[in-house]
Design a binder for this molecule. Structure first.
Ligand SMILES: Cc1cc2nc3c(=O)[nH]c(=O)nc-3n(C[C@H](O)[C@H](O)[C@H](O)COP(=O)(O)O)c2cc1C
Length: 192
């Protein structure tokens, strides 16, 4: 009986899709945020160098987009101070953080308390290929040439081709879950 009922429900849902139902009622922000907060996400500093110096912010919304070409994406709030510099300069480094980088992650997410070049007073930074500042002891650093910027509501989806990397991913990553920084209990990586 339950099987028949499930099949009927699935058929009804499929008919709705075929009929072009728009699903205009979406969940509220709190429900969405609660779902997202359950996910442990890696943390990186997205950095660039503009005409007035380096700029950057803490991000967790990044992932691999393709291997061929080697391409990443990251979603950045268009109101953040570094966004116009990143979108304008067309170069970006994604400095993926290790477990010991929690203070640095907070520094690059501190709003007016510490902005622009001042954020780079902590950590050791050096350019790799594009000129964007790369954190010397990043878990992994991806130096990218930006190939596309899609503006999507409050955020820009920045798509970058990786032109150089640094770091081996050998230490534990810094993760963010449920509003807190956490570290992985997985054993350290042996090689790649
Ligand atoms: C763990 C963590 C992850 C974050 N991820 C993102 C992100 O993916 N995209 C984004 O636009 N802001 C993200 N933020 C928020 C920005 O880092 C923060 O708002 C920053 O202060 C914005 O830069 P601004 O102060 O220069 O405007 C994150 C913050 C934290 C602490």
């Amino acid at each position: 009986m339950t099987g028949m009922h499930d099949a009927h429900t699935a058929m009804a849902a499929l008919s709705a899709v075929i009929a072009g139902e728009t699903f205009s009622q979406f969940v509220d922000g709190a429900e969405f945020r609660s779902g997202m907060r359950g996910i442990a996400a890696p943390v990186a500093l997205a950095t660039t160098r503009g005409p007035d110096g380096p700029a950057g912010l803490t991000v967790s919304s990044f992932c691999s987009l393709s291997v061929d070409p080697p391409r990443i994406l990251v979603c950045i709030n268009r109101d953040s101070s570094a966004y116009p510099v990143i979108a304008g300069r067309r170069v970006l480094a994604l400095n993926v953080l290790a477990a010991h980088h929690e203070t640095l992650a907070m520094r690059f997410a501190s709003g007016d308390a510490c902005r622009g070049e001042a954020r780079f007073a902590a950590g050791r930074w050096a350019p790799l290929r594009t000129g964007a500042p790369v954190l010397e002891d990043a878990l992994v650093g991806f130096d990218c040439r930006i190939v596309r910027v899609h503006e999507e509501g409050s955020h820009g989806i920045i798509v970058g081709d990786v032109v150089a990397t640094t770091g081996s991913g050998a230490t534990s990553p810094l993760l963010y879950r449920d509003g807190h920084f956490v570290t992985s209990t997985a054993p350290a990586r042996q090689g790649h």
